[in-house]
Design a protein around this ligand. Structure first.
Ligand code: 1CP
Length: 343
């Protein structure tokens, strides 16, 4: 029997697909009543540490919508906890003792995935057993600079001024922190792939806060190190950097197979800066899910026409908002699947 490649993975590899595949950043979450029902009984940390529950929440959006991809239910800060630094979620990550000295860094040991986060690997195994064969499972990690932002500031922030000032004041200690994170996230993603993740994504939510020079000197090298180390796995490697429209020449030079884009630019523009063999992933503004159905349809079709056929994975430009109507998501997925290239 021939087992067909899931469209998600085919598009990432530049192979033909029956339709443009679609998944949604933060697709398991508070906009779904079934997620809120589970969260009413269980706190977020317990959810991420209980494989049966994490797998159940991962599968919720797959049962409700015709999505082409599932993303493991976990958080970018989950492995950081495994590395020895306590994280609370309120709801964003809060670190009681941020990393700001060499002694702090000593508390952040290199991750041993089997020992430190066995529940993540077990969640992946359960999801792979339950997931329909045409749906691809995406594993993920935070990019080192984005993790550094939370570790140094100790809480969410719009500008991460504390972390960016630290980077300038303490360049050597910063490099050591980023190094430890790069090594650990490489081990973490490899363990996820071994457990059954079929593609992996690095989330660099805050990389775009940096100017070109600091991005190229500080944030980019650890990303390159992780992606290069994972090349031999053969699974598609996705890099998403929020606010990266002025950084695309650097990203074009990364060993990323897929580049995630936010909604601030068009995918045709992104393609001009990226390599022809790199697929694009994105990039509808999450706000457009609040538009009237005919407006949503026009926007989705225009985005797909602009992206052109092939090497495109449809997604939002950033995470879905908790206030979103799930029916709008159902319409979105159907629109993407029904679209045929303009001639
Ligand atoms: O239920 C709750 O109250 C917890 C809210 C929540 C959820 C549902 C958090 C805390 N994390 C998650 C899950 C999560 N986080 C997933 C898996 C679910 C899915 O996508 O379906 C993923 C991939 C993430 C990744 C993540 N966490 C990122 C990168 C993507 C992005 O949005 O830029 C970031 C920056 C985080 C940090 C984080 N964790 C939680 C929150 C609320 C935040 C954002 C904090 C901030 O605004 O700085």
């Amino acid at each position: 029997m021939t087992v067909l490649t899931p469209p998600l993975l085919a598009a990432m590899r530049g192979q033909p697909t029956p339709h443009t595949p679609v998944w949604i950043m933060r697709q398991a979450g508070r906009y779904l009543p079934e997620y809120r029902a589970i969260r009413a009984k269980t706190d977020f940390l317990t959810l991420t540490r209980t494989p049966e529950l994490a797998a159940e929440v991962t599968l919720q959006p797959i049962r409700r919508f015709a999505l082409d991809g599932a993303i493991l239910f976990s958080d970018i800060m989950t492995p950081v906890e495994g590395m020895g630094v306590g994280v609370d979620f309120a709801p964003g990550p809060v670190i009681a003792q941020p990393i700001r000295t060499a002694a702090d860094l000593a508390r952040l040991h290199t991750l041993d995935p089997q020992r430190d986060v066995p529940y993540v690997l077990e969640s992946i195994r359960i999801v792979r057993r339950e997931l329909p064969a045409h749906v691809g499972l995406i594993g993920f990690a935070g990019a080192p600079f984005t993790l550094f932002c939370y570790l140094v500031s100790g809480k969410p922030s719009k500008e991460f001024g504390t972390a960016r000032a630290f980077l300038q004041r303490e360049p050597e200690l910063s490099a050591q922190i980023l190094d430890r994170l790069a090594e650990s996230m490489t081990l973490y993603l490899r363990a996820q792939i071994d457990a059954g993740a079929q593609a992996v994504m690095l989330f660099d939510s805050w990389g775009g806060l940096l100017g070109r020079d600091d991005y190229a000197r500080v944030a980019l090298p650890p990303v390159r190190r992780i992606l290069s180390a994972l090349k031999d796995t053969g699974v598609p490697l996705i890099y998403f950097c929020n606010n990266s429209w002025t950084l695309l020449d650097f990203i074009a030079d990364l060993p990323a197979d897929v580049v995630g884009l936010d909604w601030r630019g068009t995918l045709s523009t992104a393609r001009k800066h990226l390599r022809p063999d790199q697929a694009v992933q994105g990039n509808l503004d999450p706000a457009v899910l609040f538009a009237a159905p005919d407006v949503l349809a026009a926007r989705v079709n225009a985005l797909l026409d602009d992206a052109g056929p092939g090497r495109h994975v449809f997604n939002l430009g950033h995470g879905i908002w908790p206030e979103t109507d799930p029916d709008a998501v159902a319409r979105l997925v159907d629109l993407v699947h029904a679209h045929r290239p303009a001639r």
